[in-house]
Design a protein around this ligand. Structure first.
Ligand code: SF4
Length: 497
């Protein structure tokens, strides 16, 4: 998961991009970059770290111009070096570009480029995409001024070669005018929205960027489409290649900020709906289980916990206070360090815990480490019973579209199904019988009094089947062949070493 921003038609565009990037810093904290265009000059700067640490006033002054793009990175291909940070720049025909997503046939593209004696300078998947796009625009057509048709033709060729999930943002000169563009892959898996303010336009991953800069949200970029924006002119839109509309459902469950709009939905409302669906699930399948209070695991699950408590007619209580300044905790080397880090991040309130039967609400269980530690903390503070309800189905399949969970073996639900003796060919599908068995086994493993997941059937009510939910149901909208899967897994495992 990464975040993208692009702005055109305002002085100090790079400063505005830096502000917008801070609003979506949750989408990537490993590196950040900004590129701007003024006259015939492109300038960019990128580095490892958080946006406010990388960009100071002087650096942003240097990135002058009335159009700029920016990126925050969370690597799902490549490592975490400065070279892998985005945006990337191509001299011919002059494009600066960044993306959010994952190119699933990255290895195949690299091999193809190598066969043409074309070498890359990074392990980041946007670099070859930019090369392919630039080459497709100038191929047989080297000229000083390019038209919309030239760029659309280049994008069509690029979309034919590049597979996966991607939202692209870039700056290019078309008909001699600075032009901001945003394009979404043929299935629209990763989000991209746009807004305006007077004669200026803003494109970004989530609408919170518009809120902080006081732009008006206009809409979501359609899957398989490109939109071009110029200062003071109406946007121009072309269909490049559309195959469906299957946005990532995990954005609503966990990734996106609750105060954002993506795909023309309010994330907060969707999270509230998930809490109601979870209550329906609980009432249907967990008759006889009682509890005193509902307790969200901060912060993502709070909207769902509110509606769950309303539907269950049980009070909601805060049992953990989140320390906003604790930083990242999952890179701690030892179990002891990680336990200390969790205590630093989430401090329990004993008065709300001691002697109570608690229903915890959380968004998902991926590797299971947080659940284990939360149960330890609650037991230590004298909880009578600890129940857990998750407002998503079990994560049993890897994601190849830009979320860092690319191997079956890192998923606790998958590992437990294997322990129970189940064998799967490629992707895992879970019916209600299997769901109950998995819940029981995981509850035992975590030391919980009960565990309840949302079933895939109920999750389907959230986006009326127009969604990617492959990590839950194994239905991948973009086919990822065996060789590409192996390459993605190898890349992730070697990056984590
Ligand atoms: S596999 Fe899961 S995380 Fe990945 S894009 Fe699909 S829904 Fe989102």
């Amino acid at each position: 998961m990464c975040g993208i921003v692009g702005i055109i038609g305002v002085d100090g565009a790079s400063k505005k991009v830096a502000t917008a990037l801070q609003a979506i810093q949750h989408r990537g904290q490993d590196s950040a970059g900004i590129g701007a265009k003024k006259g015939n000059h492109f300038r960019y700067f990128k580095d490892i770290g958080l946006v406010h640490r990388i960009f100071n006033e002087n650096e942003l002054e240097r990135l002058e111009g009335r159009c700029a793009v920016g990126h925050v990175r969370y690597p799902t291909i490549g490592g975490n070096s400065k070279e892998d940070a985005q945006p990337f720049y191509s001299r011919w025909p002059g494009i600066i570009m960044a993306h959010n997503g994952n190119i699933t046939n990255f290895e195949e593209i690299k091999e193809y480029l190598l066969s043409q004696s074309i070498f890359l300078s990074s392990k980041c998947d946007i670099e070859p995409v930019l090369y392919i796009l630039s080459n497709a625009i100038i191929k047989d057509n080297v000229k000083r001024v390019y038209s919309f048709e030239d760029v659309v033709k280049g994008l069509k060729e690029t979309f034919k070669i590049v597979k996966g999930a991607y939202s692209l943002v870039g700056i290019i000169s078309i008909e001699g005018k600075d032009t901001l563009f945003v394009a979404r892959d043929p299935y629209g898996i990763r989000p991209a929205v746009w807004g305006k303010k007077e004669s200026s336009y803003l494109v970004c991953s989530e609408s919170v960027c518009m809120d902080v800069l006081d732009y008006e949200y206009v809409g979501s970029v359609k899957s398989g489409h490109v939109m071009f924006f110029r200062e003071g002119e109406e946007p121009i839109e072309y269909e490049i290649e559309k195959k469906g509309t299957t946005p990532c459902i995990f954005e609503y469950i966990y990734f996106a900020r609750p105060d954002s709009r993506i795909n023309d939905h309010c994330v907060y409302e969707k999270r509230m709906e998930l809490g109601r669906l979870l209550a329906d699930e609980f009432k249907e399948r967990k008759k006889g289980i009682d509890f005193d209070i509902v307790m969200p695991i901060p912060d993502t699950s709070r909207p769902s916990a509110i509606t769950f408590s309303e539907e269950m007619k049980k009070p909601i209580r805060e049992g953990f206070i989140k320390n906003r300044y604790s930083g990242r905790t999952f890179i701690m080397p030892t179990q002891g360090d990680r336990s200390t880090a969790l205590r630093l991040k989430l401090n329990p309130i004993k008065a709300e815990i001691e002697g109570k039967s608690i229903m915890l609400i959380d968004d998902s269980i991926v590797r299971g480490n947080t659940v284990k530690r939360i149960v330890e903390v609650l037991r230590g503070k004298g909880a009578k019973e600890i129940h857990l309800a998750i407002y998503s189905p079990p994560v049993v399949n890897p994601c190849f579209y830009g979320i860092d969970m690319s191997t079956h073996d890192e998923l606790i639900a998958y590992k437990v199904l294997k322990e129970l003796g189940y064998e799967f060919e490629n992707s895992v599908k879970i019916d209600k019988d299997l769901l109950t068995k998995l819940e029981e086994k995981l509850a035992e493993k975590f030391g919980l009094s009960s565990l309840t997941y949302l079933s895939i059937e109920r999750l389907n009510n959230l986006l009326e089947n127009n969604r990617c939910a492959a990590c839950f149901d194994g239905n991948y909208p973009v086919e990822v062949d065996e060789k590409s899967r192996r390459c993605i897994v190898f890349d992730r495992l070697s990056s984590r070493d």
